[in-house]
Ligand binder design. Structure first.
Ligand code: GLY
Length: 414
């Protein structure tokens, strides 16, 4: 009995170590993404115009793409994208242009590059208006940031630098963080900083290194430090929102907005934290962030279900029936591919294998849309407490999925 148990144990170990590498063909999955990108472009090209819809005449179709309308989500029961107009309060508008830039990076297809440029240009206005909230980084760095990385277009650089200055206006030295949602001070009973805001620090770091105000670096570091101090519990799970006293800057409480409860681990919040602190380590090379992010990642990995795709909240009461959040898995996979490059030996390898396992699951029939719809992935959860975008295809899942695949491809090439 003992021998049999040992044998099965060894077999599981061998399988666990070797399956992911065999199971994931990165080029195949990037080809799949490219196919879906073309399907989406075709759908956008052939969308009935609003007037046609309003008039009930489905024969009247606009042949030109409206580049200000960005794919956002496809609900589980639907087959075509819900698009939203790029605007200061539509936080997801940068992901579709970012996907196009990644697809161009993989395919070198100039028609995709052209489309990426057109959609990206629709967001330029954000660099010229006062900051509405912290999402400027998602909006501009996923679009213009990737565009600049691949083209070195000086106009793109100016848009990023101007937007970084604009984002910095939300920083309050008294608190030491960026005010994430100025519109929600009353709702939370104080100044608020949300975990998602960590991602937007990347644009500040980049700007400080690329001709922008060096103070942007200090803002980003201050924000990361304050968030590290107040927005994590002793077990390294995170609060979605930290509430601070508007006048004194003192931390009041940690609460949730999109998670199950104030004391639960909201999957995407933890994912933003893993991604965010990996990036902060890259930008600062301060080992305290590398040490910290491993703890934040380890608790996430420890509590994952067998297929490595989290339920939308790790403490959702109806697990295993609770909806999954594929978007969190994509964000973490991308972060762990990067994190694995900063850590030598078996720990680094553990993160790489975990990322591969996530991407292998995401690339299975269970999670890919395949022919059923033009998005890459199914089963993300946007805002469960609001009952919006639950078990849906969501554009940011696709963005971090293609990013993770490209990062892994780069890693395996080097
Ligand atoms: N940044 C909002 C979200 O993660 O849903």
């Amino acid at each position: 009995m003992k021998v049999k148990g040992l044998w099965i144990g060894c077999l599981c170990l061998i399988t666990a170590c070797s399956t992911p590498d065999k199971g994931l063909d990165v080029n195949k999955e990037l080809d799949y993404c490219n196919t879906q990108v073309h399907r989406t472009l075709e759908e956008l090209q052939n969308r009935p115009s609003l007037t046609a819809e309003a008039s009930g005449n489905s024969q009247v179709r606009e042949q030109a793409i409206d580049y200000s309308m960005m794919p956002r989500c496809i609900m589980d029961s639907l087959k075509t994208w819900e698009c939203r107009k790029a605007s200061k309060d539509e936080w997801c508008s940068g992901f579709w242009p970012g996907i196009l830039w990644y697809d161009y990076e993989y395919t070198h297809d100039n028609t995709i590059k052209k489309q990426a440029g057109y959609f990206t240009a629709s967001l330029k206005f954000l660099s010229k208006i006062p900051a509405y909230d912290h999402d400027l980084g998602f909006l501009i760095f996923c679009s213009y940031g990737n565009g600049y990385r691949l083209t070195h277009n000086p106009e793109y650089k100016k848009v990023i630098l101007d937007t970084a200055d604009s984002l910095a206006t939300l920083f309050r030295p008294r608190v030491g963080t960026i005010l994430s949602w100025p519109r929600n001070i009353k709702m939370f009973g104080g100044y608020n900083t949300i975990m998602d805001n960590m991602i937007n620090l990347e644009m500040l770091f980049w700007a400080a290194r690329n001709g922008g105000n060096p103070y942007l670096f200090d803002i980003a570091v201050s924000h990361a430090d304050k968030t590290m101090k107040h927005q994590f519990r002793p077990d390294y799970t995170s609060y979605h929102v930290a509430v601070y006293d508007t006048l004194t800057g003192k931390f009041i409480k940690g609460v949730t907005h999109q998670g199950y409860s104030d004391s639960s681990m909201w999957a995407r919040g933890q994912a933003w934290a893993i991604y965010g602190y990996t990036m902060v380590y890259r930008e600062t090379k301060d080992p305290k962030y590398l040490d910290f992010v491993q703890k934040v990642a380890d608790i996430y990995l420890k509590r994952l279900p067998a297929d490595y795709i989290p339920y939308w909240d790790f403490d959702a009461p109806d697990i295993p029936k609770a909806p999954r959040d594929a978007s969190a898995a994509c964000i973490v996979a991308s972060a762990l591919v990067e994190l694995s490059t900063y850590i030598a030996g078996s720990k680094g390898e553990k993160y790489k294998q975990a990322a591969i396992k996530m991407l292998t699951s995401l690339s299975s029939d269970k999670y890919q849309c395949g022919k059923s719809k033009p998005a890459f992935l199914l089963h993300s959860t946007g805002h469960w407490p609001n009952k919006s975008e639950v078990n849906a295809s969501i554009i940011y899942a696709d963005y971090y999925y293609i990013e993770a695949l490209i990062r892994l491809k780069r890693l395996e090439k080097n």
